[in-house]
Design a protein around this ligand. Structure first.
Ligand SMILES: [Mg+2]
Ligand SMILES: [Zn+2]
Length: 190
C-alpha cells in the first residue's frame, strides 16, 4: 500500500482563475513543480482531486480538462516528479448539462474521489494527506480517513478563520511548498 498526498488543484497547485477554459490561463504557482517532485522522491503517490463545476455547466469540456492535466503532468515530469492520477468531479445537482446532473458521491466534501483513487492506485488513505485551500477539501480528506493541511493561497486566507465546527482543526501553512516541507518532516522514517 502506498502513501499518497491528495492535492486540490485550483488555489492550491495553480492560480484559481474561476473557470480555466484556455491553456493561457493555466498558471502553476512557482513552487508547485518542486512540491510534487519532493513528494515523488519521498515515495508518496501524488493525486490531484478537483471539483470541475465548469464541466457540469458546459463551460469546460472533459477533453480540454484532460489537456490541462496533461500539461501539468508533463511540466512536473520534466522536473523529475510525477502525478499518479487526476480525479475530478464534473457533476452538480443542478448542472446545466444533463449528463452531469446528479447528486454524486465525488463532489467535495464527499470522499468519492479519494476512495476511487485509493482503490485504483492501492493507497493507504490513513497514512495519506490532503492539501487544499478550502475546508471542503479538508472535510473530504477527513471523511476518507486522511489527514488534512490547509494552505492560505486561493480561498485559504479567508477560509482559515472560518473552520466549520464539524471539521477537525488542521495545520495551516502559507502555501503548498510550506505544507510539503511540513508533511515530509512530519513523516520522515515512517
Ligand atoms: Mg481549491
Ligand atoms: Zn461528482
Amino acid at each position: 500500500m502506498n502513501r499518497a498526498v491528495f492535492l486540490d488543484r485550483d488555489g492550491t497547485m495553480i492560480e484559481d482563475v474561476g473557470y480555466l477554459d484556455r491553456l493561457e490561463r493555466l498558471k502553476l504557482f512557482p513552487y508547485t513543480i518542486d512540491a510534487v517532485r519532493l513528494f515523488t522522491r519521498a515515495g508518496f503517490k501524488v493525486v490531484v482531486v478537483t471539483s470541475q463545476a465548469g464541466v457540469a455547466n458546459g463551460l469546460v469540456s472533459e477533453d480540454f480538462l484532460a489537456e490541462v492535466h496533461d500539461v501539468i503532468r508533463q511540466k512536473v515530469a520534466a522536473a523529475g516528479g510525477w502525478v499518479d492520477g487526476f480525479y475530478y468531479c464534473p457533476h452538480l445537482p443542478y448542472a446545466s448539462v444533463e449528463k452531469y446532473r446528479t447528486d454524486c458521491d465525488c463532489r467535495k466534501p464527499k470522499p468519492g474521489m479519494i476512495l476511487n483513487a485509493a482503490r485504483e492506485l492501492s493507497l493507504d488513505v490513513h497514512a495519506s494527506f490532503v492539501v487544499g485551500d478550502r475546508w471542503r477539501d479538508i472535510e473530504m480528506g477527513q471523511a476518507a480517513g486522511a489527514r488534512g493541511v490547509l494552505v492560505e493561497t486561493g480561498y485559504g486566507k479567508s477560509e482559515a478563520s472560518r473552520r466549520p465546527e464539524h471539521v477537525t482543526p488542521v495545520p495551516v501553512f502559507a502555501n503548498l511548498i510550506e505544507a510539503t516541507t511540513w508533511i515530509l518532516k512530519h513523516n520522515s522514517g515512517s
